[in-house]
Design a protein around this ligand. Structure first.
Ligand code: NDP
Length: 255
């Protein structure tokens, strides 16, 4: 492996790293040599993911945290330094969706989606900033969506949160470039995970529409996110910041 892509000695946090895209990214980072702390609310899912990572020889641990709670974001960041001695990479991946027509959301539902998908990324990044400064620089990878670009009738708060992720990434990139911290967003297309398995049940015809519109002619797999995670976490991407990179099999390039 080229040295530029080597993450030996680096420490990463992946929120929502106990499954789906987050676990795909955590696996990629671990294979490149990073120690990985995954965070999620579900202790059983956390333990199963750590077991799977250990089985592959990864240095990994889990921290039970709800990233909608500021104190838990702060505790998560502290746990990385306590467990592995430093922090270099933060992947803000935790996310949910509540699918409804805009007129039907309660304020609580709006807040739950915005807090989970957007405010959490701000809180974890803010909490991580001193540790990244201390490490001499770092990498923040925020997970957007095709809904960062397009609209959908059933995804008002989700789309607002994912549009916000792109703009938050740009502002953090501008503010912290002086600290050698690069901040980028990844915009997944349609990926086969727990989240979209529910969407396929809720939204009639979704599965076929995704296949028809995706030039790669398949749903994405969490393993498709290992490469972009390593690239955006390593020194090969030191001159890439504030970008929003689709990983979508071409979905966003085809009308
Ligand atoms: P999953 O449902 O498989 O994973 C979501 C993860 O987020 C879980 O690990 C979950 O863990 C965690 N999570 C949710 N809420 C919280 C919370 N409050 N605190 C801590 N962790 C939380 O979904 P995906 O892998 O599909 O999604 C990952 C990211 O990718 C999300 O941001 C999603 O919006 C985005 N995305 C996904 C797409 C897809 O097609 N799948 C497309 C575009 C974007 P736990 O339940 O244990 O808390």
């Amino acid at each position: 492996m080229s040295k530029a892509f080597d993450l030996s000695g680096r420490v990463a946090i992946v929120t929502g790293g106990n499954g789906g895209i987050g676990l795909g990214m955590a696996t990629g980072l671990a294979h490149a040599g990073a120690s990985v702390l995954i965070a999620g609310r579900n202790a059983g899912k956390n333990a199963a993911a750590v077991k799977a990572l250990h089985k592959q020889g990864a240095k990994a641990a889990a921290f039970e945290a709800d990233v909608t709670v500021q104190a838990e974001c702060v505790a998560l960041i502290a746990a990385a330094s306590r467990q592995f001695g430093r922090l270099d990479i933060l992947v803000n991946n935790a996310g949910i969706n509540i699918r409804k027509q805009p007129q039907d959301y309660t304020l609580d539902e709006w807040k739950t989606v915005l807090d989970t998908n957007l405010t959490s990324a701000f809180l974890c990044s803010q909490a991580a900033y001193p540790a990244l400064q201390k490490a001499g620089g770092g990498k923040i990878i925020n997970i957007g969506s095709m809904l960062s670009i397009f609209g959908a009738a059933f995804a008002g708060p989700y789309g607002a949160s994912k549009g916000g992720i792109v703009q938050l990434s740009k502002s953090l990139a501008c503010a912290w470039a002086k600290d050698n911290i690069q901040v980028n967003a990844v915009l997944p297309g349609w990926i086969d995970t727990e989240l979209t398995r529910r969407a396929r049940e809720d939204v009639a015809g979704l599965h076929e529409r995704v296949l028809a519109r995706t030039p790669a002619a398949r749903w994405g797999d969490p393993a498709d996110f290992a490469g972009i995670a390593v690239f955006l976490a390593c020194s090969a991407s030191d001159y890439v910041t504030g970008a929003a990179i689709p990983v979508d099999g071409g979905y966003s390039t085809q009308v």
